[in-house]
Design a protein around this ligand. Sequence first.
Ligand code: PLP
Length: 482
Amino acid sequence: MSIDTLFSSEEFRQVGHKLIDILSDHLNQQAKRERPTINWHDPLSENIKWQQPLPTQATLDTDGLLQQLEITILHNSLGVHHPHNLGHQVAPPLPIAALCDLVAALTNQAMAVYEAGPSATMLERQVIAWLCELIGWKTHGITSHGFLTSGGSQANLTALLAARQVSCQKLAKSNIWQDGIASSKLRILTSEHMHYSISRAAGIMGLGTDAVIQIACTSNDAMDVNALKNAHQRCIQNNELVVAVVATAGCTPTGTIDPLQAIGHYCNKEDLWLHVDGAHGASALLSAHHKIKLAGLELADSVVWDGHKLLYMPAAVSAVLFKDVKNSYAAFAQEASYLFAEGHEQEFNSSYRTLECTKRMMGLKLWAAFSLYGTSGLGDLINTVFAKAQLFSEKISAHHDFELLMKPQTNIVCFRYIRAGLSAIELNQLQFNIRQKIVQSGAFYISQVAHHGKLWLRTTIMNPLTNSEDFDALLQRIMLST
Ligand SMILES: Cc1ncc(COP(=O)(O)O)c(C=O)c1O
């Protein structure tokens, strides 16, 4: 095969058209519920099929590739656009955003420095400015900044690195980045329902996961502010230095948002860095109706906001946002003469502030979605899925065979099937078995969560096309599966 063929624009055009046809059919079949949500096979048996010898010569032509894509890949993918996909907080991405990702892949703007992606850099800065504006920092006359990075976990790590650097400089007069962790006992205070990426970040940062003090929550899973205050006072008495308080806006198990205003006021009064993990719930800012739930978010020093959750983007794209622009430089401080020039351009070299050196052009898809649909269009998605979660929770509450964990504040609904006469352990086992049967049947995809010793079925309503009949069908199937 000639090298020219590898880069043939004509072949790209032809294969591209066919590919778009295949993907459009795939999308259509899911929306019409014409295929299973998941074509379940045991991973051990699947693994046996993926032991082919390394190809030293071509084994497929492009038609063969497209055929494999359809039969092997798409048919065995979780149908994220299927209205019965209710498992995780993963978006059914806006198709236009997927097309933008194709542009990102082909143009491969490395983004490390401005020169390696001029328009990509500007797109990202534009999107970041919009997100900061939505948080409300601009209204308060604050110059904020941040960047896009590959996923909420990495974004949380970046924010906590900045928090530790700034807090240690302020409280212990030490430069952690340069000197390493001194003997001081550093602590992170966060909700018992934090995402595991917070404690993982503590492990990566060398603080040790025990440095994360989990604050008890009230009955609706929101952080108990009095418990937070008490924990902070205990840290002071023990000579422990709190580098950050991490509040969660949309906790992973149930989607509950911590009381940001009360936490923010306390942190501001005590001069504590407040980080809000809004990976899931920050998108509620787009809804005129629901944004009140995020009141106080503007008091945070840093915020993480995932695009691939409720901004309906393909993974991975997350924003890490800093209230004070200068703190966006605090996480990392690298010398790299081959990349970073002195002078005003530094501000535009994104990898100076990110864990990635090379990264994808992530801003295009967000910019396109905001430009095509506006905050009102994107806000409609939030209103719709939050309302559908409400509807589903009402159906569960009204059904005597089911128990609702709590009224959803966002779009996560947890519940369990109840059968009289079973012990607590047997009831947990029952939920486990139900989920396995449902998922393996391919009819629905749902998840599960352990909550204070009880196992619950967990649904995340991400797809605005999921309707009332779909919820009825799920409850029906659960009852039939036992
Ligand atoms: C609250 C919260 N924070 C962070 C994350 C991690 O985000 P990512 O999966 O993008 O790394 C998640 C993922 O579900 C989450 O729910």
